[in-house]
Design a protein around this ligand. Structure first.
Ligand code: PLP
Length: 426
């Protein structure tokens, strides 16, 4: 990664003029072929980025190139294609390391996505360190992927899952979190950014608090990495997870960052090829970190696509992307918030790229269906965060979520679509 690309990831490095001049939205949109699709006779307005983002041509081409020219299995071949594939795959680890600011490349484990990463930590670190009477502390805003793996572990071990509540804005109740963080807490696992509400959690502060009690912290960065610079050394978190497909990369690939000392002492997650250094029927010696955690043939093309995505967002500048999306969020919050019949859900002071709302007497699925007829893709439902819905006493919301290629005109289209919904069903 270039020095310029790295510096653009650092907070405060992007002066507003620099962002404006570098952020040529039409040029960026031209990089994403799918944005030119017509949906139900209308130009696609894609506002479902929190579920998955669209892919630039460079990501698509990187994967096509790999399959056309370099395809081979990695780590075991002496032949040229295998060497090329291995080099690309391992170079990918270095790119993710630089992207997250990790100290060493071996602190990056390739996984299917955030879900697999959290399950891995629960089933390896968690199984070793969490026992009967212990507590795992999460928050109300977690995605099911950051609830159920801990629930499974707690059930198995006789431990308790503790949940720090949120206020009516969707912000973490700090005092309650501090109160729940006690001598029995053995792990804190928290979303960096909530997928249902967009709330940005004060993760650096949480890590400091937890570390003061000698408790490790996993940060679920699935909704953070596409929108803001992340530096795991600055956060000082013990584990950080994300999925490639929300970062303009392919599905089926993501990364787990873990501090080397923790990864070293953790048992493997799955057994199989590549994670061993020798096998006999009597005894298996495991491979070194990170390979100890990468059993079987990995998603090589996925890693290559993920790296192309990281190069792409780093080239645009993650700080510039975040600033652009923040502008969109402010505009959308104002325009959608003043519409008749609409109530915004999640109004945290620190928010990223997500606008959730409900409409009086109209089911979110009906809203989503009418918007779809206008070519507007939003998500409706509980967003894999049912406890958030329960907290607000609603079954579902409509969620518009923004990416680097969205425009004010698309928000105007969303506003017009919502007005139409109100005319028809209000
Ligand atoms: N965590 C958060 C905050 C998410 O938003 C998501 C997906 O929406 C996940 C975890 C799970 O990601 P994946 O399905 O890519 O594993």
């Amino acid at each position: 990664m270039s020095v310029q690309a790295i510096s653009s990831r650092l907070p405060g490095r992007n002066a507003p003029q620099a962002i404006a001049s570098r952020f040529d939205i039409e040029k960026l949109r031209a990089d994403f072929p799918i944005l030119h699709e017509v949906v139900n006779g209308r130009p696609l307005v894609y506002l479902d980025n929190a579920a998955t983002s669209q892919k630039p041509e460079s990501v698509i081409q990187a994967m096509v190139h790999y399959y056309r020219h370099d395809n081979a299995n990695i780590h075991r071949g002496v032949h040229l294609l295998s060497q090329r594939a291995t080099e690309e795959y391992e170079a990918g680890r270095g790119k993710v390391q630089a992207f997250l600011g990790a100290r060493e490349a071996r602190e990056i484990i390739f996984v299917r996505g955030a879900t697999e990463a959290i399950n891995m930590v629960a089933q390896t670190y968690g199984r070793e360190h969490i026992g009967a009477g212990d507590e795992v502390l999460i928050t109300t805003v977690e995605h099911h992927s950051n609830i159920v793996p801990w629930q499974i572990l707690c059930q198995e071990k006789g431990a308790t899952l503790c949940v720090a509540p949120i206020n009516d804005r969707g912000e973490l109740e700090i005092e309650e979190f501090e109160r729940l963080l006690g001598p029995r807490t053995k792990m804190v696992s928290i979303a960096h950014v909530s997928n249902a509400l967009g709330t940005i959690n004060p993760v650096k502060w949480i890590v400091r608090l937890a570390h003061a009690m000698k408790v490790p912290v996993l940060v679920d960065g699935a909704q953070a990495v596409p929108h803001q610079p992340v530096d795991v050394r600055d956060l000082d978190c013990d584990f950080y997870v994300f999925s490639g497909h929300k970062l303009y990369g392919p599905t089926g690939i993501g990364a787990l960052y873990g501090k080397a000392a923790l990864l070293e002492e953790m048992p493997p997650y799955q057994g199989g090829g590549d994670m061993i250094s020798s096998v006999t029927f009597e005894k298996t010696i495991y491979n070194k970190v990170p390979h100890k955690f990468e059993a079987g043939t990995p998603h090589i093309a996925g890693v290559i696509g993920l790296c192309a995505a990281i190069e792409y967002v780093s080239g645009v500048g993650i700080g510039a992307i975040g600033a652009h999306e923040h502008e969109l969020l402010e505009y959308a919050t104002e325009k959608v918030g003043e519409l008749e019949g609409v109530r915004l859900v999640g109004t945290a002071r620190e928010k990223a790229a997500v606008l959730s709302f409900v409409m009086d007497g109209i089911h979110p699925h009906d809203i989503g269906t009418i918007l779809d007829q206008a070519g507007i893709a939003v998500r409706t439902g509980h967003h894999c965060a049912q406890p958030v819905m329960d907290r607000f006493g609603i079954p579902a919301t409509v969620r518009a979520s923004f990416g680097l290629y969205n425009t004010r005109e698309e928000i105007d289209a969303l506003v017009a679509g919502i007005q139409k919904v109100w005319e028809i069903l209000g």
